[in-house]
Design a protein around this ligand. Structure first.
Ligand code: CUA
Length: 183
């Protein structure tokens, strides 16, 4: 469902890029033939910058609200899961995790309901990446020491989901994984 608007956006950007490059190519050719094109380069640069600024502003304004940082911002999560990452494991709990002696538990989440992960790290930077049954990355956030990053998501399909670390964090980084169930 999401692919179509992305394709349209991509084609529009490709079109604009082509127009800009064609314009630059044509105007540079003219300048080489005569001095006319260079009569007021500062004015040209001003208009070029202004148009570029307007185009970039429009695309930023149009795409920023769809950024995953604002996903489900106006909804209350049905479930909150605390996540503490530490070399080389993830602790997941429905209760707050004590950094001094972190413990985790088996997590079961409801399908089609909003879940919020509150992700932090107890040592170095880690990645908190969620993969579905077919090993497809569906969402991710950084796990950073001293910060709690919120990740909101609605799982559509029941099943087992895997968590993998996406930030190189030490010798056993590739073995750093966990999982949870959606029912
Ligand atoms: Cu933790 Cu890589």
């Amino acid at each position: 469902m999401q692919q179509q608007p992305i394709l349209v956006l991509f084609l529009a950007l490709a079109g604009i890029t082509t127009i800009v490059f064609t314009y630059i190519f044509v105007s540079s050719k003219k300048a080489a033939q005569s001095e006319k094109g260079m009569s007021n380069p500062l004015k040209k640069r001003f208009w070029f910058s202004l148009i570029l600024f307007v185009i970039l502003s429009i695309f930023t304004t149009a795409t920023l609200p769809d950024s995953p940082y604002y996903l489900f911002a106006d909804e209350t999560p049905a479930k909150v899961v605390h996540v503490a990452a530490r070399q080389f494991t993830f602790f997941l709990s429905e209760k707050a995790i004590d950094p001094a002696s972190p413990t985790g538990e088996d997590i079961e989440l409801p399908a089609d309901e909003l879940v919020e992960f509150r992700v932090t790290s107890l040592d170095v930077n880690h990645g908190f990446a969620i993969y579905n049954n077919s090993n497809r990355l569906i969402t991710q956030v950084q796990a950073m020491p001293g910060y709690v990053n919120r990740l909101r998501y609605k799982f559509k399909e029941p099943g087992q989901y895997d968590i993998l670390c996406l930030e190189y964090c030490g010798m056993a980084h590739q073995a750093m994984r966990a999982s949870f169930t959606v029912k």
